[in-house]
Design a protein around this ligand. Structure first.
Ligand code: PBG
Length: 323
């Protein structure tokens, strides 16, 4: 048999492989998530996330300066408050640790590094849910929207370039867009965690933000078994004004990323979450995999699936590697 097609011809040398490479990642594609701890005077390591810390003001400034200098695409800030309450009021204070961290970052890097503030209540509530509770203990969707609206104005006025809506309440994108526009913040962009699954992969994050959650988020985050439902969530968020839609986690949901990318005309992002990060770090520490190759392979796969933007705790490290 004559073999006419020989795909191996294009794999013969590194230069040849580079020539035909379909997917490349660059620093500008990456969002660096950071944690900022209220009243911290030095960075505090997070045991389940090797190399990741809860920042103090100074270490935050150093980290965002480095990210900007490396050409990282954006920084996404999560606040870790000292005090929590059951109303979510703590999240709406003009001097909340999150609003302050947005100001510190904007003072440091200005327009060189877009700042995304996490708009959700889970870090601020005493029960750890992403919304406020109804008397029967369920998460009250519409009451939560009222708190999100107040929080949105505070975070926009602190200087956020974008708000990351991660709470999975129905109508959250529309509610926040409406109040921002009313207050004149028409330029504050919205990154919607459109398809966010109730995932085991958020374990280390709960340490990182000292989450008080007992129970689970299955009444508002999606069932891992569903794909069509993700398309509905995305459709609604785009209709309500999402500027970017995100799928989260990334690796167990590459099929969702691909389907979402087919469907929308806004940029698609994906979040390689804390548990995905921790799995690779743990396997590498145990000598089971080549850490750098694994990281680049994972990020490349997420981009290949269709996410032009990737949130990853490795953002600055990878930006440096790619130099
Ligand atoms: C909730 C939120 C979570 C993450 C980002 N925003 C946790 C959750 O939904 O339980 C997880 C991110 C990660 O695991 O890296 N606002």
């Amino acid at each position: 048999m004559a073999i006419i097609e020989r795909p191996r011809r294009l794999r013969r040398t590194e230069a040849m492989r580079r020539l035909v490479r379909e997917t490349t990642i660059s620093a500008a594609d990456l969002i660096l998530p950071v944690f900022v701890k209220e009243n911290a005077t030095e960075p505090i390591p997070i045991a389940s996330m090797p190399g990741v810390v809860q920042h103090s003001p100074d270490s935050l400034r150093a980290a965002v300066e480095e990210a900007a200098e490396l050409g990282v695409g954006a920084v996404m800030i999560f606040g870790v408050p000292e005090e929590r309450d059951d109303s979510g009021d703590a999240a709406c204070a003009v001097d909340s640790v999150l609003a302050e961290a947005v100001r510190w970052t904007k003072e440091t890097t200005g327009d060189a590094l877009p700042v995304i503030a996490d708009l959700c209540l889970d870090e601020f509530t005493s029960h750890g849910h992403c919304g406020v509770l109804a008397p029967d203990g369920s998460v009250d969707n519409d009451a939560t929207l009222g708190v999100y609206r107040r929080m949105a104005v505070v975070l926009a006025e602190a200087g956020s370039d974008m708000l990351g809506l991660s709470g999975m309440m129905d109508g959250q994108v529309g509610a926040v867009r409406e109040i921002l526009d009313e207050w004149g913040h028409t330029d504050t962009a919205l990154l919607a965690y459109a398809a966010k699954y109730a995932s085991a992969m958020y374990g280390p994050f709960r340490d990182a933000v000292e989450s008080q959650l007992t129970g689970d988020r299955k009444t508002y985050q999606q069932d891992p078994a569903n794909a069509v439902e993700a398309l509905r969530e995305v459709r609604l968020d785009v209709a309500e004004g999402a500027d970017i839609v995100m799928v989260k986690p990334a690796l167990p949901y590459l099929d969702i990323i691909a389907r979402v990318e087919d469907m929308v005309d806004v940029p698609v992002a994906a979040y390689v979450v804390s548990g995905e990060f921790a799995m690779i770090e743990a396997a590498a520490q145990a000598g089971m995999i080549d850490r750098e190759r694994a990281i680049l392979e994972v990020l490349t796969s997420v981009k290949r699936a269709g996410a032009g933007i990737i949130a990853t705790y490795w953002a600055s490290e990878v930006a440096r590697l790619l130099r």
